[in-house]
Design a protein around this ligand. Sequence first.
Ligand SMILES: Cc1ncc(COP(=O)(O)O)c(C=O)c1O
Length: 368
Amino acid sequence: MSKPIYVTQPYLPPLQEFIPYLQQIWDNKILTNGGPFHQQLEDALCEYLSVNHISLFSNGTLALITALQALRVTGEVITTPYSFVATAHSLLWHSNKPVFVDIEPETFNMDPSKIEAAITQQTTAILPVHCYGNPCDVAAIQKIADNYNLRIIYDACHAFGVADQGGSVLRHGDLSCISFHATKVFNTFEGGAIICPDLKTKKRIDQLKNFGIVDEVTVVAPGINGKMSEINAAFGLLHLQHMDTVMDLRAKVDAGYREGLKAIKGIRCLPQTASRTRNYSYFPVSVEPDYPLKRDELFQKLKDHGINGRRYFYPLISDFSMYRGLPSAAPSKLPVASAAAQKVLCLPMYPTLDLVSQQRVIDLVAGD
Ligand SMILES: Cc1ncc(COP(=O)(O)O)c(C=O)c1O
């Protein structure tokens, strides 16, 4: 049997290119707490992503929790059930009540037309996700937030490098959080960041990710240890130099799937969004009723041939035990998300997926 293919594989630049960075860390003995690589990576990412301020974190989950803390979000927060579980977990960690609203069938993003009905006296914020890197309907969400005086924190963990007509998608809302986990388009092994519009907010976030410490004798809030270490930041700097290659390779894999799958009845690729710049972070397909197998049967068939797709996002967050009891978690209130969770399969997608392996995947989906 051929070697297994996984849904993703982290991008690693040549090891010898990383050695000089390690040498510098060994020479200056600064391992964390906002060292030189941390500073350089913040600057480099602001430039690469065309954003004003960024605060690096040890992962995206702590970035989300800290974003809620930075904006002093209380009470209920409207969010999506169709995401990685960390989206809603961040709300529980910050003692907020998640209120799930359904998604749109085309983009799998939160459906803005369903938000108003979910707003109560306790609602203070909206936490949407740019699912698979496809931008949410940011204008519609902002309008609702303005009308009801709500904050918006985007879970932009899938949206590294995505831009719409006006620029980086990360500039929308009050804050955006991003993940640099090993499986993401840009990775620092583990890592994440908050993107914020002004220096005052960045300073507060920088304090919160360092236990709330302001100076030797002053602690202003019960902050957390969310700092990114120098080794992760150094790797990020190196990875950033390879991003053009990574994006080109991903675009080719995406195009290869669209071409190879287009004639297969019952397999629907997610439409290409109107984004100015996409990041090709995932390749979800919807297995429709006219396909000869059900989604789970296709998932198993691929697995039997050593190809490990992922049923992102199944189960829905709202189906996990810690959320199931919420009134907004009832499947009857989330019909689009419930259907998507039964139909979508993410196919292997990573920059170094070679043509032969990709063809194996396509042939198996085609029924060969
Ligand atoms: C949508 C979403 N939110 C949050 C996270 C959490 O990020 P991390 O794994 O860096 O904590 C992830 C990824 O893992 C994610 O995909």
